[in-house]
Design a protein around this ligand. Structure first.
Ligand code: GZL
Ligand code: ZN
Length: 306
């Protein structure tokens, strides 16, 4: 018979493991590695799951194909960290038709929230606001030339972190002279920053807003190669607070970091179990963030979990 019936959604009766397909973005950053580890730990057999993991190497078509594979496998539930916000309607509808619930973790989609059971993650716009408020307080009415290292084009964090930051610096003397995607990777941040330094010179840039630490770390390499001092000649504000970013903050090469907590595995696993058990779940589950100055980073660095 065509298609076959997908087992989806029976939640694995008795001691049967709950089969879950997880479509991860890829392995683009330190944050992503910590998030993947958290997810694999939570969706373990000891916790009652049989996890099929796919990392899409930041390729949206590959990620959507992985979700289609999970539907064809007839998994009980699908978890996605969607690389970009758009283009999800069709495959999410196919999952719904197959009665396989979808839980989003980390990033979100522009599709109707009828097409997924729940989302757990961070308030990216708030992260942008917190970074922008630091910049506004630090530079205020001092004419400041800023360049932006954007995250993956079309991703929720890139869109929302830009929006929040721009709102927070509105009315200040901070001028965004350039903005380009470094795709959340260290190499991407380095290459884009090299281009900015070529174009404006180190003296022509006062501030870098990096949408994540990995791109900030790449920018630091480019700034030092240009003979300038990161954190002094060119200040840097970043988001994530992964270990390497926090170390650079302690070393004075980054000036302020907004945390973005990658440890979402337990919450995502709990949502899958609740949804399969037919329990009511929140459509959006927000995890809180915090911010770090150089002094605060020095106090907590050794205790950080990621
Ligand atoms: C944010 C997450 C972003 C991180 C980057 O929750 O989607 O993707 O900020 C990661 O480091 O690549
Ligand atoms: Zn089952």
């Amino acid at each position: 018979s065509g298609g076959g019936s997908s087992e989806g959604g029976d939640g694995g009766g008795g001691d049967e493991l709950i089969t879950v397909g997880f479509a991860q973005t890829g392995s683009e950053s330190g944050w992503r590695s910590a998030n993947t580890e958290s997810m694999k730990t939570a969706f373990s057999t000891e916790n009652g799951f049989e996890l099929t993991f796919n990392a899409a190497d930041n390729d949206t078509a590959a990620q959507i194909a992985a979700v289609r594979d999970f539907i064809n496998q007839g998994v009980d539930a699908i978890v996605i960290a969607p690389i970009v916000e758009d283009g999800w309607d069709d495959v999410l509808q196919e999952a719904a038709d197959a009665e396989i619930p979808v839980i989003l973790e980390d990033r979100t989609v522009s599709s109707s929230d009828d097409l997924f059971a729940s989302w757990v993650g961070l308030d990216f716009k708030k992260e942008g606001v917190m970074a922008g408020e630091w910049a506004a307080e630090t530079f205020g009415d001092t004419p400041t030339k800023m360049v932006v290292l954007e995250g993956t084009t079309g991703s929720a964090p890139a869109n929302d972190r830009a929006e929040g930051f721009d709102e927070a610096i509105d009315g200040t003397a901070i001028e965004k002279i350039d903005s380009q995607t470094g795709d959340f990777t260290r190499d991407g941040g380095k290459t884009v920053m090299e281009g900015f330094l070529q174009k404006y010179g180190a003296d022509g840039i006062d501030l870098v807003y990096a949408h994540n630490d990995d791109m900030a770390l790449g920018a630091i390499e480019a700034i030092e190669a240009a003979g300038a001092v990161p954190g002094v000649d060119i200040q840097i504000v970043s988001i994530d607070a992964v270990k390497d970013g926090m170390q650079a903050l302690v070393d004075g090469k980054i000036n302020f970091i907004v945390e973005c907590n990658p440890l979402l595995g337990e919450l995502a696993a709990g949502l899958v179990k609740d949804v399969l058990a037919g329990d009511e779940v929140e459509k959006k589950v927000y995890v809180s963030d915090q911010t770090f100055t150089q002094e605060q980073a020095a106090e907590v660095l050794d205790d950080r979990l990621y």
